[in-house]
Structures are given as C-alpha cells and as structure tokens.
Design a protein around this ligand. Structure first.
Ligand code: NAD
Length: 435
C-alpha cells in the first residue's frame, strides 16, 4: 500500500528484500510528462477479479502520476468489490465514478475510451479481442498471461502487437519472472555458458487448483461457464496454458527461442464432477528445441501429491536449479554459484516499473511477442496432450481451430455444451482433433 501518494514507491524499495544488488535496475519513476503530454497516466482496469485488482494496485504503487479512472467487468458485484479495495489502498489515485464503471461484454470498449492504458485481466479467452481494441483506440496495455487460448488468438495478439509498435504504444505481459532479479541473474549466467551447452531442461507446476463452482439457480450456460472459467478450455486454455506457461516461458527465455515440436500425455483422474468442466488435471509434455535439446514439462493440479514450481537445466558442464522450495537459484560445475533469497521477489510489483517508465519517458517497450510465443508453446503442449499426437510448431501455430464463441451474449450458446446428464466433453487422446 502506498500511503504517501506524493512519494512514488521506487523499484529499489522492492529490491531491498532480495539478496541481489538492485543498483543497475533501480529507477524511481520521474515525474516526466508521458508521450501524450498529460503528465498523468490514466488506467482502465478490464476484468476486476483477483489478479486484475492486484495488477491495478501494483501499477498505482509505481507513481502518484498513475490514476485509475475506469473499470470494466461482466459482473457488477466484482467490479464494486475491486473498486472498494482499490480506493482503500490508493485513496488519492482512484477516481471511478458510476459513469466510468462499465458492465457487460462491451464494457471494455467504453472503459478504454477513458484511459491511456488498459490492464487486461479477464479470463484469457477474451484477451485477443480486448488487446486488439486497445491498440485500435491507441492505448498502451498490460496483458495478463496467457495472452490467448488458441492459435488464432495468438496470431491476433501478434498482429495487434505489430500495430502497437507502429503506433508507439507500450505493451507489458504478466510473465513476472522476467522481472525478478533472481531469475534475471541466473538466466544471464546460463546464456553466458555457465553450464556449457544446454542439453536438457525440466520444469514443473505441481500444485493445487482453484475449486470448481456450482451452477447458480437459473444461471444461463454462458454465464455459468464464464464464472467457472478456469474449467473451460475456450476460456482458460487449460491449466497447462493458464498456469504452467510461467515455467515454460522461463525455459524459452533461457533458450532464447521456442520449441519446434511436442508430444505428451495427460488426462483427468480426480476431476470427475460436473463442476470440473472439461480441463485435464495433469499434463506431461516433451518439447524439442531446434538444437535437439528437450524440455520435460509436468503440470498437475491434485491435492495430496508432490508439489514443485520450478525450472531446472542440465548442460555439458553442470546444471542449474531455479527457484527451488528454499527460494534458491544455483548453478553446479566449474562455474558454481548460488543465490538464496530471504523472501520471494514480488515480480507482480516489479513488472510495472519498466512499463510505466517506458510510457512516462517514451522508451520502446513491447513484451507481446515473447508473451504470445510462450502462450503458443503451452498451447502446442495442450494440443499434444489432448490429441496424443506429435505436434509440429508450424502446424500448431497455423492451426485454424478457433475455440471462441461466435456470439457473446448471456443467452447465446457457448462453444461447449453439457450432455444430457450435465457433463462436458473431455479430450480423448487418439480421438480428439486438437489443432
Ligand atoms: N501473472 C500471474 O501470476 C497471474 C496470477 C493469477 C491470475 N493471472 C491471470 O489473470 C487473469 C485473471 O485471473 P483472475 O485470477 O483474476 O480471475 P478472476 O476470476 O478472479 O477474475 C476475472 C474477472 O474477469 C471478469 N470477466 C470475465 N469475462 C469478462 C469479460 N468478457 N469482460 C470483462 N470482464 C470479464 C470476471 O467477472 C472477473 O471479475 C487470467 O488470465 C489469469 O491467468 C495471472
């Protein structure tokens, strides 16, 4: 909480708790007029749930020149709760009167008109639509990850990102590990050859899940699925895309590229209720990079099982473990090194400093390509686990399988419907066409 609105919270403050010297990275945001010359950065929050509200708070923490001026959600109550919390956190920086609170499927368009930057934090299925409109209206954007749930969505985001560059708009993507000094330092060492040539990688998101939600009496199918969005592939992309993208992205970052093919397996062992929609509870994917090295990726959401959220690399001269449970980053071999953090670095906060700085001081900033291609990597993994086939990057990236509904309205049919007993279709490897 920034209780001194006249004092911007500096990035240095957030680095104090980490063991990494933050000197080179520290940048209190200057009160320079931003590109539009208005001196203040007006923010619209689109998707006022847990993460959107968190991101708004963190963007407001960066500088007292950042103001929340508009909010959009399909659910009026969630918007109201978020506004109340943000007002309590930033009394002097939040001004969202009734006429700038927008509710419904088109609310994003109206909120965008009021702002310089959009925080796009709805379920990811909507992200390409919202980002395209932000760019069309000439607005900067912070896109929560993942940036899409299917290949057509990824292509839309990439095209809009190119247009954003032409319009000098800045784009951040919520892959916060890329802003955490522990990761930055370790990735740099690996890219400088600390473990020699990298031959294999592993990454994990083995943990728990958010609960599935029961349908409310009289609730339409569309409304139910959007409220219970995590469990529908057209909305969340499945947890390999929605969550495990973080770890997959770290490996892409280390490799400086994206895999050329993938094959894997997955399914549902504990998700067998109607509230569990259609997503899997575990995926194992073997991704192959152009140099022949392989990433073994595991994600599972199942209480009572081993947990790990981490990345690991093996090379010809040693190995590296990133973000182990003791908050340690380490390299073994002739270039042995390790870093033990006192606390987990708050990447959710750190990622907003360079974005706001780029806007206020007109510096180039566009994270959309890496965000889109890591999203695509995770989608390719899902295509492999859903289909049970070997999937090539080019066919995955060019897939025409569009998961989104044609019409967004509460009484319109969503793209998946329950059968007569109320259960949703679940992918079956060997039979499902997943791309
Ligand atoms: N970077 C991270 O570590 C991190 C962590 C959590 C969530 N996320 C991402 O943030 C996004 C939101 O997740 P969340 O946990 O906040 O979910 P949430 O369910 O708490 O919030 C989503 C909000 O979007 C609203 N919404 C749904 N459809 C909408 C539409 N078409 N237009 C406007 N509003 C709409 C919902 O009513 C809800 O208020 C997801 O993409 C998720 O993957 C990122």
């Amino acid at each position: 909480m920034n209780s001194h609105p006249e004092l911007p919270v500096s990035r240095r403050d957030f680095l104090k708790t980490s063991a990494v010297a933050g000197g080179a990275l520290a940048l209190p945001i200057e009160r320079a007029a931003h590109a539009a010359g208005k001196g203040q950065l007006r923010v619209a929050l689109i998707g006022c749930g847990g993460r959107g509200s968190g991101a708004a708070n963190q963007m407001l923490n960066v500088s007292s020149d950042v103001r929340l001026v508009a909010m959009a959600d399909v659910d009026e109550a969630r918007l109201g709760t978020s506004l109340k919390n943000l007002e309590a956190q930033h009394a002097h920086q939040v001004s969202v009167p009734k006429e700038r609170q927008f509710v419904g499927f088109d609310a994003y368009k109206q909120a965008l008109r009021e702002a310089d930057i959009a925080i796009c934090a709805t379920p990811p299925g909507f992200r390409p639509i919202h980002f395209e409109e932000a760019v069309r209206q000439g607005k900067h954007a912070f896109l929560e990850k993942p940036v899409a749930v299917d290949a057509p969505g990824v292509r839309r985001v990439l095209a809009a990102a190119e247009e954003a560059k032409r319009k000098n708009l800045k784009v951040g993507v919520g892959l916060q590990r890329r802003h955490q000094p522990g990761y930055i330092e370790t990735v740099k060492r690996l890219q400088d050859g600390a473990v020699g040539q990298i031959t294999s990688m592993r990454c994990y998101w083995l943990g728990n899940a958010r609960e599935g939600l029961e349908r409310l009496p009289g609730e339409s199918e569309m409304r139910y699925q959007i409220r219970n969005w995590y469990y529908f592939t057209w909305l969340s992309g499945d947890h390999i895309v929605e969550q495990h993208i973080h770890n997959i992205d770290v490996i892409n970052w280390i490799k400086g590229g994206y895999p050329v093919r993938a094959q894997g397996m997955g399914g549902r062992q504990v998700r067998n209720l109607k509230i569990h929609g259609q997503i899997f509870d575990h995926h194992f994917v073997e991704f192959e990079y152009a140099d022949g090295s392989r990433l073994f990726s595991q994600c599972r959401q199942n209480r009572g099982t081993h947990t790990s959220i981490s990345e690991h690399v093996t090379g010809t001269k040693g190995s590296a473990d990133l973000n182990d449970p003791q908050k340690r980053f380490s390299i073994t071999g002739p270039n042995e090194w390790s870093l033990r953090l006192k606390e987990r670095e708050d990447g959710h906060q750190l990622e907003h400093f360079p974005l706001v700085d780029a806007i206020l001081n007109n510096k180039p900033y566009n994270e959309a390509e890496q965000g889109s291609k890591s999203t695509m990597t995770a989608i390719m993994g899902r295509m492999a686990t859903y289909s049970g086939k070997l999937v090539e990057w080019d066919e995955a990236f060019n897939s025409k399988l569009d998961l989104l509904p044609k019409v967004f309205a509460w009484d319109a049919p969503p793209p998946v419907l329950p059968d007569a007993s109320g259960f949703y279709p679940v992918a079956m490897p060997g039979r499902t066409v997943a791309l």
